[in-house]
Design a protein around this ligand. Structure first.
Ligand code: OXT
Ligand code: ADP
Ligand code: MG
Length: 580
């Protein structure tokens, strides 16, 4: 290209193109990382993002880039950006966008798209698809930008939609023609918007706070439930103060583990099935009464039938005013951001709040002690082959010794046992399958966790779960990320023992190649592969992975008979009503 910038005329007409405006708009808003996969029409955008000192993390499949963006959003409260090509690339990213929206993670999926005129007349363009229409029902908001002058507004709207109120996924459609448009540089730069206060605080109404405190004060068996909204809110000190000043026992949902250390005296996690039905007043902080909490009713909550109310009164802190009453009556909704709501409750509590009755606390301690002792006994066993417990006993120690490390976790048994066995010590360190129980978040989450935090990342992966995103071990090696993947290899989905009932040669649907060596996969890309058949080997390999910060994959051989169908959620498997 001829450099005309020295001539006075060219100076007067300095131009800026759509590529640069997108990059400048993101950077202006403090976004410094893009997770994506190049191709028409966004290849140059990926190159130029890198040339402009953005971190451009290139994946092998868009779904993993999308999952990375989503969890980066959860960790940072800034929208994670996923960049894809049109139609198939967009669709690959869309699953992650929908999952982000379901989990209330802020994320923006930016996809290039084909020529509007051709797409709208369905004339068969390259990768033709009306992406905006497809995305709309699956995300919080969707926008398209047609003119370079509107890029600033488009990105500002996407950022606000992703992080304000209940966070979620946003789709931004950028047609191929937009990137090449050039406009006067000064005018173009002037169109960019630095979003002021993108997630404004939402102060709860004073009467809502009073109502909640009245209810809590009258409780004989109060319980606090912390959800991943509480972890997202980054109001860690106030949440801890609220728990400690009231003396109320609390239960962390999976991704809220570590908000207070799991070893905290007031944690009732080890007495979950006792406290849920017994509690009389439950304070929900950033947790929905969805399937993970049995919809707030039924036997889990002491109800007489599967849908019967257990008699609890609920206080619910949530930023979404529509969340209350979605499953059972909420007697005291407190609508606002968690930071403001918890601060308001704390102010109302003052210094002479009476702790819950000793009878309630003692009965919880008794159950906890019993369950913890039972667990310790199981963990101390050393069977051959390893089972979930003997392997997780090692992981538990390693996480304890490295409380800043992030723990990514997916699978069924590999998920459920890890959740209850491995204690977390710090907020937002446990990243898992979330609201959908989705498989495939593993390697995307690992990449983002390492890129965002620069801390070591440990992934505990069922062998099935790992398969959904396994090719990203190349990405992990390429960026030399400090990720230690442990594949709990029990030869299948849930377990490896099913057989084809016909006696035919096809494998049973839940089983994989027996004795597979997942460790060999990472060796292909220069990472460290370890085959571990004993807790000692597993411990040595994990310690070395954390010390060296080398990408590592440990194939941990687990007894193929040890798992349960669907892990802890066996009851959700439909069984035929047909009489045999
Ligand atoms: O109180 P009780 O006595 O009940 O005891 C509880 C606690 O009190 C106690 N506890 C403790 N005891 C002692 N000490 C401590 N510290 C302690 N802490 C707790 O332990 C128990 C259990 O506690 P928990 O877990 O808190 O309680 P509970 O009752 O389990 O809680 C209920 C739930 C619902 C909140 C909880 O179970 C939960 O969060 N569950 C999430 C479940 C989930 O999301 N599962 C993943 C989905 S399963 C299935 O869908 C799979 N698929 C299909 C598929 C999916 N998902 N996605 C896609 C895209 N395609 C397909 C597939 C393919 S899983 C899967 C792969 C599986 O195979 P893998 O090879 O990957 O994995 P393996 O199974 O390992 O082979
Ligand atoms: P879990 O699965 O851990 O129970 P959920 O995803 O069901 O958690 O619930 C998270 C809730 O937190 C959502 O209802 C969401 O609206 C809410 N939330 C997220 N961020 C905030 C925030 N900053 N302030 C208030 N509520 C929030
Ligand atoms: Mg398995």
């Amino acid at each position: 290209m001829t450099d005309l910038s020295t001539t006075p005329d060219a100076q007067a007409h300095e131009e800026i193109d759509g590529f640069q405006l997108v990059i400048d708009a993101l950077k202006l808003n403090g976004i410094d990382t893009i997770f994506g996969l190049p191709g028409i029409p966004i290849t140059d955008l990926t190159r130029r993002a890198q040339a402009n000192h953005m971190r451009m993390i290139s994946f092998r499949h868009e779904q993993n880039a999308g999952n990375a963006a989503a969890i980066a959003g959860f960790m940072t409260q800034k929208p994670g950006i996923c960049l894809t090509v049109s139609a198939p690339g967009f669709l690959n990213g869309l699953t992650a966008l929908a999952n982000a929206t379901t989990n209330c993670f802020p994320m923006i999926l930016i996809s290039g798209s084909s020529e509007r005129e051709v797409v709208d007349l369905q004339q068969g363009d390259y990768e033709e698809m009306d992406q905006l229409a497809v995305a709309k029902p699956l995300c919080k908001a969707a926008f398209r930008v047609l003119h370079a002058e509107d890029i600033g507004v488009g990105i500002a709207r996407a950022i606000r939609a992703a992080v304000s109120g209940r966070p979620g996924g946003v789709y931004l459609d950028l047609p191929a023609k937009l990137f090449a448009q050039s406009i006067d540089a000064a005018i173009g730069r002037n169109t960019l918007i630095k979003v002021v206060d993108p997630a404004p605080r939402q102060i709860p109404a004073a009467d809502a706070v009073t109502r909640a405190l009245e209810l809590l004060k009258g409780a004989k068996r109060p319980l606090i439930l912390l959800g991943k909204g509480a972890a997202y809110a980054q109001a860690d000190d106030d949440i801890r103060a609220l728990v400690e000043k009231t003396g109320i026992p609390y239960l962390p949902m999976s991704m809220a583990k570590g908000l207070l250390p799991d070893t905290h005296d007031q944690s009732a996690a080890a007495a979950r099935s006792y406290v849920l039905p017994e509690a009389d007043v439950v304070l929900l902080i950033g947790a929905r009464l969805n399937w993970l909490l049995s919809h707030g009713k039924g036997k889990t909550w002491g109800g007489k039938g599967s849908k019967a109310w257990g008699g609890q009164k609920f206080i619910q802190i949530d930023i979404s005013p529509q969340e209350a009453d979605s499953n059972v009556r909420i007697d005291a909704p407190v609508v606002g951001d968690i930071g403001s709501c918890v601060a308001a409750l704390l102010a109302g509590i003052g210094s002479n709040w009476s702790k819950p009755p000793a009878e309630w606390l003692d009965s919880i301690t008794e159950r906890k002690t019993r369950n913890v002792a039972k667990m310790a006994e199981t963990l101390a066993k050393n069977p051959t082959p390893m089972n979930f417990h003997s392997a997780l006993n090692v992981v538990r120690d390693i996480v304890k010794a490295n409380p800043d490390a992030l723990l990514v976790n997916e699978g069924a048994n590999a998920l459920d046992f890890t959740r209850s066995i491995v204690d977390m010590y710090k907020p937002r360190k446990r990243l898992d399958v979330g609201t959908w129980g989705v498989m495939g978040i593993g390697m995307g989450f690992c990449v983002a966790a390492a890129v965002v935090s620069n801390e070591p990342v440990i992934a505990i992966e069922g062998d099935s779960a790992f398969g959904f995103s396994g090719m990203e071990v190349e990405t992990i090696c390429r960026y030399n990320l400090p990720v230690c993947i442990v594949v709990f290899n029990n030869n299948g989905v849930y377990k490896g023992t099913d057989v084809n009932p016909t006696g035919g040669t096809d494998a049973a649907p839940t089983t994989f190649v027996k004795g597979a060596r997942y460790d060999k996969i990472i060796e292909a890309f220069g990472g460290v592969g370890v085959h571990a058949t004993t807790p000692e080997q597993l411990r040595a390999a994990m310690e070395e992975a954390i010390r060296s910060r080398q990408p590592t994959l440990i194939n941990a051989v687990i007894d193929e008979t040890a798992g349960t169908e669907s892990g802890r959620i066996t009851a959700l498997n439909p069984t035929s009503a047909k009489k045999k």
